[in-house]
Design a protein around this ligand. Sequence first.
Ligand SMILES: *Cc1c(COP(=O)(O)O)cnc(C)c1O
Length: 382
Amino acid sequence: MTEPPNEPRILLSTPHLGGDEERLMLEALRSNWVAPLGPMVDAFEAEFAERVGSPHAVALSSGTAALHLALIGLGVGPDDEVLVSTLTFAGSVNPIMYLGARPVLLDSEEESWNLDPGLLETVLANRARGGRLPKAVVPVHLYGQPANLPAIMAICDRYGVAVLEDAAESLGATCGDRDPGTFGRAGVFSFNGNKVITTSGGGMLVTEDAALATLARKLASQARDPAPHYQHSMVGYNYRLSNLLAALGRGQLRQLDQRVAARRAHFTAYQAALGDLPGVEFMPAAPWGEHSRWLTTLTLDPATGLTPAGVSATLDAAGIECRPVWKPMHLQPVFAGCEVIGGAVSEQLFRDGLCLPSGSNLTGDQRDRVIAVFRSACALAA
Ligand SMILES: *Cc1c(COP(=O)(O)O)cnc(C)c1O
């Protein structure tokens, strides 16, 4: 099947504007608040905190910056261990390396594709016997599905280890009646261009801990002491979100419910249209929460002759972008020296997994095209 003439390429997940963004950005421009910090940043933080149900939110230049500052706030330093999901994006692990700490990469469970609480329990028991517990555990809520937070929180509470949630992909999901990102000592969100909502680049750190929020705010603006002259007693960073981008974020946040509803509708339609194909299995929905379906993701059973590379090539030739599932961190050359616990589940998900176009601005016609080409790719392999 070839690309229909004049049809734009169908991309995985693109920014979706169309609410109050233009008006709010103009308001910021006309007020001349073209700076890091400003009233739009304050309002974005307050509105975001309210939306996810956290007392404090700190707007930052990226999700990675938010993770970095949260790790500092939890006291992570050189040679400390930090347990983190191996099946994730490198942005979850890089900030651990910035601090000279040691990531320990934990495999996924099949039920949610997220950090396996059984492995977590084993590792913490083992470390407790050795007398040195990790400084933090970083579960990731992959593709919009919350990790098993009830189990993970209970285990970490028992050992007194702090939880830092990487909720970069899960804005709009729920776990019980709360938002993932608000269970641990801190949680981080990303507003990168492909996420559920975007500020082109940006992130948010949320926490119940007022001191942690204050420290993050200070570190994000070069750690200035409260003095009229420029005085610094700590090494700081330039990580604050600009007032202009916060205006964009406020407009985007107002659209969140519709954006998540659109992504969930894509998942439902894909599953209805493709779920009957032999060897095609959609990412499961774990019972403890509601998946935001940031990306619709599935696995292909190699026994059927289907491979992500083969199906992607057919889709690509028809002008449709797909992506493999994240390559686990323990298979990344840069993290080759890191300890890994298990790994078989994430390796299989990487080998067999594929993400379909899932943007909230994907039209029904475009989705039908993806479905038709996907079915033809499966017929080719059969
Ligand atoms: C996007 C993402 C990040 C990093 O966020 P940025 O805003 O791009 O720095 C971290 N972790 C996960 C799981 C992500 O998907």
